[in-house]
Write a protein that binds this ligand. Structure first.
Ligand code: ADP
Ligand code: MG
Length: 635
């Protein structure tokens, strides 16, 4: 066995400088080095070999190499045999090493040297980079971000896997290029944007929050948001762009919807503000619904502004001198979430008052639920009311004029025979008593007729003073019909159908018989004294719409119908039947007052009269009589 003596070590090729010792040379190496002879006995090991691999020169020289280091020699031999460089990575004792094995001839001896360089630190860094790359990849996948790299001059475009998904193409069938992207992928309307962005990028601007549309192969359009930066080479020269893309179609659509909604709301608001009617919205507060919004007209009418009313209840508009109880009803309507229309004396902010028409409607998000708000419409009807009163007054005067003219004419006609026959009678009273008796009959007839006219006229005059009270209507009707029957021609049959039990109505009994008398007599006249007159009385419940069509209030009514199969009326006749003294009957038969009396009585009760009529078929007169609301059991 030959031992190497370090101080006599000499290289085969170069002169060894003075004082050089192979030991110091080996110890100065940054890598671990172990030298073995052909028998695998260790001939040298340096300081790093001791530190890193545990081969202490003093204990290991002369020992046969074993363990991992022996494995390295064997692996190197296999690699050399396979024609490869005997370089490889070795994980040993918690570290990572690059191992090189090479032959060295020292003093004619063929030795082998194992050099192991510690690369643990570099390896750890590499692993860290790979891990952070993997994390980035994972993050972009989770965030559904695609990344791309574009080389400007060549137009080469590299996509991350998610970019393909964003663009609706597969990695196998699509090869992205800048040219194809601009020509076929970007939406034609947005190509200009995309090109400008690229120009900006080439001039060094960062791409931040660029939004453009793409057209996918399946025809759908998507919104893409892109952020990016410029890439520089080692010499600091820019050569391309790197960027991140995201599909923002959903949020873009939501943004669009939101904009539409805002625009619609703005339009609605403007419309409300421009409304010629006062509009207020009240929202239910813990106790009383209070003002939430008032439009410009509402402010003009009340002299309030949106702040002076905010948080206050409707009561803020209540005038002190309101004695009618209307306000109580209006506030009760709100409290019970009902709608209603009220004429109320309203208080302005300056203390003055006006007559307002207040319409209240609850707003519900579902029919069965409590109101979430109230809409209140307000109109100043002071002037309307004055005008209506003036009109009513002038209509009254007109009617009175018509009436007095008609009465005068009628009475005058009736007085003619009275005067003429009394004169004639006086002349022949001694010679022809029979004639005088006949004259007296005519005079009496005219007198009674005149009394009828006067009675009917009195109905108008008494209109305001007649008392109405609650009466069982069926009983009143039956009495009146019994009376009428006696006055009817023998061939007129009267049929009654009155299934209303004890139901009560707010009427005046004399007026009830006046109505029955006039309607039944007209029916009998229309049938030339021969036929059936049907009188029915039924309860009628009127809803909002039904009541509006009749111009009366919704609720409970009793409906009287008098029907005949007589001559009927044409349109022109029907239009005039309520006019006093309008008659189509021969002189002496009709006064033309019957229906005007009926109309005046029924409207006086708050009810109304309607006619259905067809020429030669017949006529139905329908009278809506107010039921007594207090009488709840009978209906
Ligand atoms: P009069 O009965 O004295 O003519 P009314 O006021 O009672 O006066 O009626 C006015 C007119 O209305 C009648 O002349 C007639 O032309 C018409 N009229 C009223 N009731 C009927 C009816 N049931 N059928 C046909 N026409 C009628
Ligand atoms: Mg009549």
């Amino acid at each position: 066995m030959v031992t190497v003596e370090p101080h006599r070590f000499s290289a085969t090729t170069a002169d060894v400088p003075e004082g050089f010792s192979p030991r110091t040379f080996l110890d100065a190496l940054p890598s671990a080095a172990i030298v073995v002879d052909p028998d695998d006995l260790i001939v040298a090991a340096n300081r790093r070999a001791a530190e890193l691999l545990g081969y202490n020169p003093s204990t290991s020289v002369g020992r046969r190499i074993d363990g991992a280091m022996r494995g390295c020699l064997e692996r190197a031999a296999r690699m050399t045999a396979a024609g490869e460089e005997p370089n490889f990575e070795l994980f040993f004792n918690g570290g990572c090493y690059v191992v090189q094995v090479f032959d060295v001839v020292v003093i004619n001896r063929a030795l082998r040297c194992i050099v192991a360089t510690d690369v643990s630190k570099r390896k750890a860094e590499e692993l860290q980079i790979r891990e952070s790359e993997a994390r980035l990849e994972e993050a972009t996948r989770i965030a559904q971000l695609g990344t791309f790299k574009l080389i400007w001059d060549s137009g080469e475009l590299q996509w991350s896997p998610h970019m393909y998904i964003l663009h609706g193409v597969s990695t196998e069938s699509y090869e992205p290029t800048a040219a194809d992207y601009f020509n076929n992928v970007v939406h034609p309307d947005d190509v200009e944007i995309a090109r400008r962005v690229l120009r900006d990028a080439r001039s060094g601007k960062a791409l931040s929050g660029v939004e453009y549309r793409i057209k996918r192969r399946d025809g759908t359009t998507r919104w893409i948001r892109m952020d990016g930066r410029v890439l520089f080479d080692a010499d600091g020269v820019s050569y391309g762009s790197f960027g991140v893309c995201q599909d923002v179609t959903e949020s873009k659509n939501r943004e669009q919807e939101l904009n539409d909604l805002l625009r619609r709301n703005a339009t609605l608001y403007e419309a409300l503000e421009a409304s010629p009617i006062g509009v207020a919205v009240l929202t239910p507060e813990p106790d009383l619904p209070s003002f939430f919004y008032v439009n410009a007209e509402f402010q003009r009418l009340t002299l309030h502004n949106s702040f002076s009313l905010r948080g206050k209840s409707l009561e803020a508009l209540r005038a002190n001198d309101d004695a009618s109880g209307g306000w109580q009803n209006a506030l009760a309507a709100i409290e019970s979430s009902n709608s209603g229309s009220f004429e109320l004396v309203c208080l302005r902010r300056d203390g003055s008052t006006f007559l307002g028409q207040l319409e209240i409607a609850p707003v519900r998000d579902s029919p069965a639920r409590a109101a979430i708000a109230f809409v209140v419409n307000l109109r100043d009807i002071t002037v309307d009311r004055q005008r209506a009163e003036t009109l009513l007054q002038s209509q009254k005067m007109e009617a009175l004029g018509q009436l007095s003219g008609g009465v005068a004419h009628e009475i005058n006609n009736l007085l003619q025979p009275v005067i003429a026959l009394s004169e004639l009678g006086a002349a022949v009273v001694d010679v022809d008593p029979d004639k005088v008796r006949r004259y007296f009959e005519v005079i009496g007839g005219s007198g009674r007729k005149a009394r009828d006219v006067v009675r009917q006229v009195l109905t108008f005059a008494r209109r305001d003073s007649v008392q109405v009270a609650s009466h069982p209507l069926a009983a009143l009707m039956s009495e009146a019909l019994d009376l009428v029957t006696n006055a009817l021609p023998p061939n007129i049959e009267l049929k009654r159908d009155i299934p209303i039990g004890e139901a009560r109505a707010l009427v005046n009994p004399t007026q009830v018989s006046q109505i029955i008398l006039n309607l039944v007599k007209n029916a009998a006249d229309a049938m030339d004294g021969r036929g059936v007159v049907t009188v029915t009385l039924v309860p009628a419940m009127l809803d909002e719409a039904g009541a509006a069509s009749l111009d009366i209030t919704p609720g409970r009514w009793l409906k009287l119908t008098v029907a005949d199969h007589g001559c009927g009326m044409d349109r022109a006749t029907r239009a005039k039947i309520f006019e006093p003294f309008f008659t189509t009957k021969p002189v002496g038969k009709g006064t033309g007052l019957g229906l005007s009396v009926v109309y005046s009585i029924v409207t006086g009760w708050g009810g109304t009269v309607r006619f259905d009529s067809e020429v030669d078929k017949g006529t139905s007169a329908m009278v809506y009589i107010p039921a007594d609301f207090a009488d709840s059991e009978s209906l």
